[in-house]
Design a protein around this ligand. Structure first.
Ligand code: F0G
Length: 457
C-alpha cells in the first residue's frame, strides 16, 4: 500500500503568523480563557472548525468570475439549483447564507410550543433553533453512539426502537412531531456516520407515522464515503450514487455548504412538498433574500455548484478520511483517548480521561483547549459541559461527555501541520497533572460557549 497523498498541488498560500508562549498567554487572558474570543492572527493551527474554512480550488475561483448577480432569475442560481437537484434529488432548492438559516426558516414554519423534533443528535444551532420556538429537541442516537470506545461502524445511527417508542408516545399524548431529522455525519456524537440501512429504516418509521423526514446533510459526502467503506453492498458504488440513494429516502434536507460544499459561506433548504416550500420561501424573502439568491451572491452560487461535485471525488474522500485517521493514530500512540473510530471531519479527544483530577464543573475540556493554545497556538473547541452543560430551565447539569474537537479544515493543512499538532499534544499530556480548572465569570442565555468568559482556578 502506497502512502495516501494530498490529492492536490498548492498554488496559492497564506502565511502563518507565529507567536511566543508569552504572547499567547496575554491574548488568552485578554480573551478570558475562551479561544473563540482570540483574533485568528494569534492562532498557528486553527482547528476550531471545518466550517467555512476550506480552501477553494482553482476551478471554484474561476467560477466566481462568471457569477450572474441579477436580483431575479440569475443564471448562477439555475446552475446551483441543477447541481443540488442532481445530487440531493429534491424538487425545491432554497438558497440560504448558511445552515442555521435553513434551520431557522424550517423551524419558524413548522416547529412551535409543545411540539417535539427527534434526531440522532441535534447540532447546537439546530437544537437552539428548535428550542427557540418552544419545541423540544430530542436526541435518539444508538447507545453505542454515546460510548467513546465502541467500535460500531455507524455510531451516528438513530435508534429505530427508541424512535418508534418516542413516536408512539407522542401519538398517544397527542403531541405533534412536525418533522423528524437525522444528522449526517453526527457531528455532536463524534463526526460518526449513519448507515444506509439505518436511513432506510428510520425513513420507513417516519413515513408510517406521517412525519416528514429531513436530513441535516452538512457532511453528506463524508457520510457517503463511510457507507462505501463499511457497508459491503455499496462497495462498488460511487460516492455520488450513494449520496443520491441516501436522499431518495427523505423529504428534504438542511445543508451548510460551509462543510461538504467547499464553500466559505453558503447553505440551502431543499424540500419536496410544494406548499411547505412556498411557506419557507416567504420567510426566506423576509430574512435572506429573493428566492433565486437567498442569502448568497451569484458568484457564491457558482463556486458552490463546482464544490458540490469536487467533494464527491473518491481521491479527495480517501485522503480526507486518511487525515483524521492519521491524527487519531498519532494521539492514541501517545496514550490519549479519542472517540473511536475517528470521525469524518474531526478527532474528539476525551478530556475526562486526559485530566482525571478535574471535575466536570471545572470544565476539563475547556482547560485542554486553553492548554493547546498556550503551548502550541492550536485552537480547538470544547464539546462538553460549557456547550451542553445547561438545560433549558437554566439548571446547571454537567454534560455526560467532556470532549475537545479538533476539526480539520478541508484541503488546508499538510501532514507536517498534523505532526506538529501531535507533538504539542505529547507535551501537554506529559505535563497534564499541573493543569487547573476554570469557572464562569460570564455566560449568555443561549449558545453560551461562543461568548463565555472564565477565570482560572
Ligand atoms: N448542522 C451541523 C451538523 C453542523 O455541524 C452545523 C455547523 C450546522 C448544522 C449549522 O451550519 O454553521 O452553516 O450555520 N457546524 C459548525 C461546526 C459551526 O463547527 O461544527 P452553519
Amino acid at each position: 500500500m502506497r502512502e495516501i497523498i494530498e490529492p492536490f498541488r498548492i498554488r496559492a498560500v497564506e502565511p502563518i503568523q507565529f507567536s511566543t508562549p508569552e504572547q499567547r498567554r496575554q491574548w488568552l487572558e485578554e480573551a478570558s480563557w475562551n479561544p473563540f474570543l482570540i483574533d485568528a492572527e494569534g492562532v498557528i493551527i486553527d482547528l476550531l472548525t471545518d466550517s467555512g474554512t476550506s480552501a477553494m480550488s482553482a476551478a471554484q475561483w474561476a467560477a466566481i468570475m462568471i457569477g450572474d448577480e441579477s436580483y431575479a432569475g440569475s443564471r448562477s442560481f439555475r446552475k446551483f439549483e441543477a447541481v443540488v437537484q442532481e445530487i440531493f434529488g429534491f424538487r425545491h432548492v432554497i438558497p440560504t447564507h448558511q445552515g442555521r438559516a435553513s434551520e431557522k426558516i424550517l423551524c419558524t414554519v413548522l416547529a412551535g410550543p409543545g411540539k417535539a423534533i427527534p434526531n440522532n443528535n441535534h447540532f447546537d444551532t439546530t437544537r437552539a433553533n428548535v428550542e427557540f420556538t418552544g419545541a423540544e429537541a430530542v436526541d435518539l442516537v444508538i447507545d453505542e453512539g454515546r460510548d467513546p470506545d465502541s467500535l460500531h461502524p455507524f455510531k451516528g445511527n438513530l435508534d429505530p426502537n427508541k424512535l418508534r417508542a418516542f413516536l408512539e408516545n407522542c401519538r398517544s399524548a397527542r403531541r405533534q412531531v412536525p418533522f423528524g431529522m437525522v444528522t449526517i455525519t453526527n457531528n455532536t456524537g463524534g463526526g460518526q456516520p449513519v448507515s444506509m440501512a439505518n436511513i432506510k429504516e428510520i425513513s420507513a418509521i417516519y413515513r408510517e407515522f406521517g412525519v416528514p423526514f429531513i436530513i441535516d446533510a452538512c457532511r453528506f459526502a463524508e457520510n457517503a464515503w463511510f457507507i462505501k467503506q463499511r457497508e459491503p453492498e455499496y462497495r462498488d458504488w460511487t460516492p455520488k450514487a450513494i449520496a443520491q440513494e441516501m436522499f431518495r429516502h427523505a423529504d428534504g434536507a438542511t445543508m451548510s455548504l460551509k462543510k461538504d460544499g467547499f464553500g466559505n459561506i453558503g447553505g440551502f433548504l431543499a424540500l419536496n412538498d410544494d406548499a411547505l416550500a412556498e411557506q419557507c420561501r416567504n420567510i426566506l424573502i423576509l430574512t435572506e433574500g429573493f428566492p433565486t439568491y437567498g442569502g448568497l451572491a451569484g458568484r457564491d452560487l457558482e463556486a458552490l455548484a463546482v464544490g458540490l461535485h469536487e467533494v464527491l471525488d473518491e481521491h479527495y474522500l480517501e485522503y480526507r478520511a486518511a487525515t483524521t485517521r492519521y491524527l487519531a493514530e498519532k494521539l492514541n500512540a501517545i496514550g490519549i483517548h479519542t472517540v473511536q473510530p475517528p470521525g469524518g471531519h474531526a478527532i474528539y479527544v476525551d478530556a475526562k480521561r486526559f485530566y482525571p483530577h478535574l471535575a466536570p464543573t471545572q470544565f476539563p475540556a475547556q482547560v485542554l483547549v486553553c492548554e493547546l493554545y498556550l503551548r502550541g497556538g492550536i485552537r480547538a473547541v470544547e464539546i462538553g459541559s460549557v456547550m451542553f452543560g445547561r438545560n433549558v430551565d437554566g439548571v446547571e447539569t454537567p454534560s455526560d461527555r467532556e470532549l475537545v474537537r479538533l476539526a480539520l479544515p478541508r484541503r488546508v493543512y499538510t501532514q507536517a501541520h498534523v505532526n506538529y499538532v501531535a507533538e504539542v499534544f505529547a507535551e501537554t499530556f506529559a505535563e497534564r497533572e499541573s493543569a487547573r480548572g476554570l469557572e464562569f465569570t460570564y455566560q449568555a442565555p443561549i449558545l453560551r460557549h461562543f461568548t463565555a468568559r472564565f477565570r482560572s482556578l
